[in-house]
Design a protein around this ligand. Structure first.
Ligand code: F6P
Length: 362
């Protein structure tokens, strides 16, 4: 018998998180009369009971068009490997027992965790320790398996495509090569789909290591046809064949993953060496994670939120809401986090790009 549920948002934020929170709170209260506890700053909030507060219908009023998350988030706090300072040194400790104990103290009958691969892996470990968990797939990178799409991705695509449209006009006026660096650590979905939608000439993704000489040759060929400008879109995780990713900041005890960044500048330097063209780089960065969610993400987020509540009511724990075709379904969190959803270098979307004459770095 469910009476009280908790909800948290973990990992990098993205547009649509508030739509999910609103969907959960509304359907939990309206359909079931449950109490909902909002947990602040991802799993960190379960280490500090002061970060847990009731969410009411009033708390979620007007948040549907708002970017970010009203609960706050972090992409650092893994309670199984939590950084603490000891004798002036940062060490990691396992605080997961405290998280489990706090869910008991809060009286939570279930926990809805909204997150990407990292956060859902933590949720899975908590499920193994007996916490009844339901997952909701979030990430602008769209790299989570087990769902056709994650929410947030569509909004990020809109931002990237809009940037490409704007770069086009100035690139054409100045006869320049414009490089747009977008997010996508391991998966090049944003670069690939915004590149197709925004009419890019070259798309570089982590799944296809690129050859700089081939890129220069294709830009030269384009110039030869009278097209004196070119647009390149590069995922932050793209890298040259035989080389490695461009890292802006290495991982340490506090930052579990390295910070990527700089591939745009790297490609620009190489192109300037082989072509006599003016090159400029735009790094789109966190603009992709901000702003109001698109209609698609508001709808998908709302559907995921209400589905998560239905899953709690049905006792479907250890599972994640997902999109299958046009329908909302469920998948085990274990399956969804077993490997990443990467672009198939020989799949239909890459072939579409190549059929359009877009150079894919190879
Ligand atoms: O949300 C995923 C992501 O956008 C990655 O593409 C990117 O590498 C990372 O987040 C950056 O996160 P932050 O700068 O917030 O640590």
């Amino acid at each position: 018998m469910i009476k009280k549920i908790g909800i948290l948002t973990g990992g990098g934020d993205c547009p649509g998180l508030n739509a999910v929170i609103r969907g959960v709170v509304k359907s939990a209260i309206i359909q079931h009369g449950w109490e909902v506890i909002g947990i602040e700053d991802g799993f960190d909030g379960l280490l500090d009971l002061n970060k847990c507060r009731p969410l009411t219908l009033e708390s979620v009023r007007g948040i549907l068009p708002r970017g970010g998350t009203i609960l706050g988030t972090t992409n650092r706090g893994n309670p199984f490997s939590y950084p603490v300072e000891r004798d002036g040194q940062v060490v990691t400790v396992d605080l997961s027992d405290r998280v489990v104990e706090n869910t008991r103290i809060l009286g939570l009958d279930a926990l809805i965790a909204i997150g990407g691969e990292g956060s859902l892996k933590i949720a899975l470990e908590l499920a193994k320790k007996g916490v009844p968990v339901v997952g909701v797939p979030k990430t602008i990178d769209n790299d989570l398996r087990g769902t056709d799409l994650t929410f947030g991705y569509n909004s990020a695509l809109e931002t990237a495509t809009d940037a490409l449209d704007k770069l086009h006009t100035t690139a054409e006026s100045h006869h320049r090569v414009m490089i747009l660096e977008v997010m996508g650590r391991y998966a090049g979905w944003i670069a690939l789909e915004s590149g197709i939608a925004g009419g890019a000439d070259v798309i570089l993704i982590p799944e296809i290591p690129f050859d700089i000489e081939e890129i220069c040759a294709s830009i030269k060929k384009r110039s030869g046809r009278g097209r004196r400008f070119s647009i390149i879109v590069a995922a932050e995780g793209a890298f040259p064949a035989g080389g490695g990713r461009v890292v802006a900041k290495a991982a340490d005890e506090r930052n579990i993953i390295e910070r990527l960044g700089g591939i745009g500048q790297y490609v620009a330097k190489q192109i300037e060496q082989c072509l006599e063209m003016d090159v400029r780089v735009t790094v789109l960065g966190h603009l992709q994670r901000g702003g109001s969610p698109t209609t698609f993400d508001r709808s998908l987020g709302s559907r995921f939120g209400t589905k998560a509540v239905a899953m709690v009511a049905a006792g479907e724990f250890g599972r994640m809401a997902c999109l299958r075709g046009r329908d909302i379904a469920t998948v085990s969190i274990e399956d969804a986090t077993s490997e990443l959803n990467l672009v198939d270098p020989d799949g239909e979307i890459v072939h579409t790009a190549e059929d359009l004459g877009i150079m894919m770095g190879r």
